[in-house]
Design a binder for this molecule. Sequence first.
Ligand code: CA
Ligand code: CA
Ligand code: CA
Length: 218
Amino acid sequence: MLKPRLRSFLGVMALAWGVTACGSPSSNVKKDDTKGGAKAKLDTEIPEPQVGGPGEMVKKFDLNKDKRADLFKVFVYGTKNGKRVPVLVRAEIDLNGDGKIDVRRFYTDDIKKRAEFDLDFDGRFDVIHFFDDEGNLVKKAYFMRSRNPRRPDLLKYYEVVGKKKARRSVLVRKERDDNLDGRVDYWEYWENGNLDRIGRDTDYDGSVDVWEKGGSSR
Ligand SMILES: [Ca+2]
Ligand SMILES: [Ca+2]
Ligand SMILES: [Ca+2]
């Protein structure tokens, strides 16, 4: 059985993905729906996340209907077809309702360019996804062990294949920095969904010492 908190978290995640994936951001702007009615009872023990900065407008959404905002859409004014309109630049989500943001998605010209995830809810972002100009995933950077934001301990690279609606991102390479010295020491090369070969830099001088044949089907 799923715990209620986890169920709520999964619900918010599913809803958040649906809402933030919708077309034109300005058409999705709704009134703040967190005010609640007579029955509204705010959990004052945990403050809502503080989202937005100077020049930014924040629209709040309560996706799991617990009377606390969990999705925050951030807009700045831009120009579209000669008109001054709010433009979506960021969506921030508190998945587990602890008052801290766990997912941030960044947009340029309505296309998502980057997404950051705090997978273990400790307030530190652990994974960053990067997208190309069409919003296709091209890279993931993991900071599971590394505390240095410039030095991910794992990178995954993707190639975008297929046309139009069939476009998808396929894993082609993994690079790992096992000894956390900022230099890759483990490589995986993937072809057609299969691990083709592995390279290891066993003396950590930056170049591969041992090649192994892949063979895994995943
Ligand atoms: Ca949170
Ligand atoms: Ca974390
Ligand atoms: Ca290394």
